[in-house]
Design a protein around this ligand. Structure first.
Ligand SMILES: Nc1nc(=O)c2c([nH]1)NC[C@@H]1CN(c3ccc(C(=O)N[C@@H](CCC(=O)O)C(=O)O)cc3)CN21
Ligand SMILES: O=c1ccn([C@H]2C[C@H](O)[C@@H](COP(=O)(O)O)O2)c(=O)[nH]1
Length: 283
């Protein structure tokens, strides 16, 4: 939580205003932030200075792991966070690749689990990584990437957290996640939970101990219409102690995650938080 508040403060103190063409808004921006989550020690990085919809964040990442490409599938899992990007952005609505209501196109897991090969066919990166790690193999390239420069025009949005690189040291699993663009008041609230979750669940289904997750953010920003709420409300609050995150121990394989897992398989103990803040969302 401290890392999060420090980054928010740094953007306010040192950020530069950048005009963003896609959203038509200005963003107070800094370049480069490195956050670390000690998953082995159970340090769940949840924001407590406002109510966080953490289950929505878990639903998003499970949807990515399953390769979903449709906002309706995300809703069925328990999050509405892709509705606006799938259905309200004019550039995407005009895009000939959009397959209709709720289609998100070739983004996140839809491309990551079915990554096209130049010589034909495709690669399921996640299946390969899970198989390697389960056998104790780290080939120094256990990378799950969603970034395909030749397919960006076929998606409603370019992936923000676009690469997750897993490493083994003995029986301990590590994760380095990279994010190109970060909406700190809204997106990061979710992304911290997702990076923690990804290491915790991958360790569980490959039979490894979780170590640390390193989260690198390149462009970290606060939109102009979010600034007042962040500076004058959220940053004036005292954080509470971090809650404990529990995963159903019956989840043992990638197939479990792909088939029967729901948000009821995840729990928080001791989540104390301040009142909700409704930050504006930019489509
Ligand atoms: N501008 C922008 N920021 C983002 O963080 C973002 C995007 N766009 N587009 C793609 C995804 C969708 N994500 C989202 C979308 C909406 C919320 C949101 O509205 N959060 C509210 C309520 C969440 C709920 O009720 O489930 C929040 O207060 O956290 C968060 C992340 C993260 N990503
Ligand atoms: O997981 C996510 C997904 C998206 N975001 C934010 C970062 C930006 O504010 C927008 C995406 O806009 P681009 O113009 O494509 O950079 O969504 C996030 O923080 N986390």
């Amino acid at each position: 939580m401290k890392q999060y508040l420090d980054l928010c403060r740094r953007i306010i103190d040192e950020g530069e205003w950048v005009a963003n063409e896609r959203t038509g808004k200005r963003c107070l921006t800094v370049i480069n932030a490195d956050l670390t989550y000690d998953v082995g020690a159970g340090e769940f990085p949840l924001v407590t200075t406002r109510k966080s919809y953490w289950k929505s964040a878990i639903a998003e990442i499970i949807g990515y792991l399953r390769g979903y490409d449709n906002a309706a599938d995300f809703r069925a899992l328990g999050t509405k966070t892709w509705d606006a990007n799938a259905n309200e952005n004019q550039a995407w609505l005009n895009n000939p690749y959009r397959k209709g209501e709720d289609d998100m196109g070739l983004c996140y897991g839809a491309i990551g689990r079915n990554f096209p090969k130049p010589d034909g066919g495709s690669v399921d990166q996640l299946r390969q990584i899970v198989d390697d790690l389960t056998q104790g193999v780290d080939n120094r390239g256990e990378i799950f990437t969603f970034y395909h420069p030749g397919a960006l025009h076929m998606a409603c949005l370019r992936p923000c957290m676009y690469s997750h690189h897993f490493s083994l040291l003995g029986d301990t699993l590590y994760l380095n996640s990279t994010q190109r663009s970060c909406d700190v008041p809204l997106g990061l609230n979710f992304n911290m939970v997702q990076v923690y979750f990804l290491l915790a669940i991958m360790a569980q289904i490959t039979g490894k101990k979780p170590g640390k997750a390193y989260h690198k953010i390149v462009n970290a920003h606060i939109y102009e219409d979010q600034l007042e709420l962040m500076r004058d409300v959220q940053l004036t609050r005292e954080p509470f102690a971090a809650p404990t995150f529990k995963i159903n121990p019956d989840i043992k394989t990638l197939e479990d995650l792909e088939t029967w897992v729901t948000l009821d398989d995840f729990e928080l103990e001791g989540y104390e938080y301040h009142e909700a803040i409704a930050y504006p969302f930019s489509v």
